[in-house]
Design a protein around this ligand. Structure first.
Ligand SMILES: [Zn+2]
Length: 124
C-alpha cells in the first residue's frame, strides 16, 4: 500500500491508495476489539484493533475495510484482515483508499507526580 499524501494532511492518520476488493492486512499485531460503521447509515466499516504482544499499548483504527473476522480474532502484522471497500458512493470521484490511525496508550503511573491529585478510594 502506498501512502497517498506522505501524511501531510492534517488528520492524524494516513491514507493508503487501494482499489475496491484489494487485500487489506493487519497493520499491528492485535485483537479485533470492535467492528462498526465509519458513518451513520453507511456500509463503510470501521475496525478497532487493540495491540497485543510486541504492539501492546497501541490502538489502531482502520476505515473502509470489510472485515473477514469476528471481534476477538487475533492477527499478526501482514495477516489478511479483509478487503478494501469502495468509497465512490459516499465520495464520488475520490481516490479510493484505506484510512489508518494508530494511537499509543501509556501507563498513567507517574504522570501526575507532584500535582497533588488525589483520586481517593481503592479498587480493592
Ligand atoms: Zn484519511
Amino acid at each position: 500500500m502506498a501512502s497517498r499524501d506522505g501524511g501531510k494532511r492534517t488528520h492524524l492518520g494516513r491514507d493508503y491508495i487501494a482499489l475496491e476488493g484489494d487485500e487489506a492486512i493487519f497493520p499491528i499485531h492485535s485483537v479485533i476489539e470492535q467492528i462498526g460503521v465509519a458513518y451513520t447509515k453507511s456500509a463503510l466499516s470501521s475496525i478497532h484493533l487493540r495491540g497485543v504482544g510486541e504492539h501492546r499499548g497501541l490502538i489502531a483504527k482502520v476505515l473502509y475495510v470489510g472485515c473477514e473476522h469476528q471481534a476477538g480474532y487475533e492477527g499478526r502484522v501482514g495477516e489478511r484482515l479483509g478487503t478494501v471497500q469502495s468509497l465512490q458512493e459516499k465520495y464520488p470521484g475520490i481516490t479510493n483508499h484505506v484510512h489508518l490511525e494508530v494511537m499509543a496508550t501509556v501507563d498513567p503511573e507517574g504522570l501526575m507526580e507532584g500535582a497533588h491529585v488525589e483520586f481517593g478510594g481503592s479498587l480493592k
